[in-house]
Ligand binder design. Structure first.
Ligand code: HEC
Length: 104
């Protein structure tokens, strides 16, 4: 393979993986998560980086947090509850939580 072809391939791979992260960030915007959450600072809800750090070794986290995103809940990060987000489907919740947990 020529040097040129391989660098084109690398570029394509890079933009594909960035594309996935970007799509999830976009979904968080569309679903209004960003009204209360930012990646690296606390707003109404915890920073997504803090959430990722907290559950780094928790294998059940994706299932549990996806449910919580849809149904709401409180008491983990403070007294302020996260309201239910019924506009988010189960699949979307899983996508969002996987993205959140990847933000380290
Ligand atoms: C009205 C504000 C608000 C909105 C909108 C909101 N959140 Fe939250 N979120 C919170 C608060 C407050 C907490 C902390 C709850 C707690 O302490 O248990 C939280 C916690 C979380 C957690 C961690 C839960 C835990 O048990 O550790 C995740 C993951 C999360 N939110 C994802 C999302 C996603 C994804 C969306 C968009 C679909 C979203 N949030 C929309 C306020 C919000």
């Amino acid at each position: 393979m020529s040097l040129r072809t391989s660098s084109v391939l690398i570029a394509a791979t890079l933009s594909l993986s960035c594309g996935a992260a970007f799509a999830s960030a976009d979904l968080a915007k569309t679903k209004n998560c960003v009204a209360c959450h930012a990646v690296d600072k606390k707003l109404v809800g915890p920073a997504y980086k803090d959430v990722a750090a907290k559950y780094a070794n928790d294998k059940e986290a994706v299932a549990r947090l996806s449910k919580k995103v849809r149904e709401g809940g409180s008491g983990v990060w403070g007294p302020v509850p996260m309201p239910a987000n019924p506009q988010v489907s189960a699949d979307e919740a899983t996508t969002l939580v996987k993205w959140v947990l990847s933000l380290k």
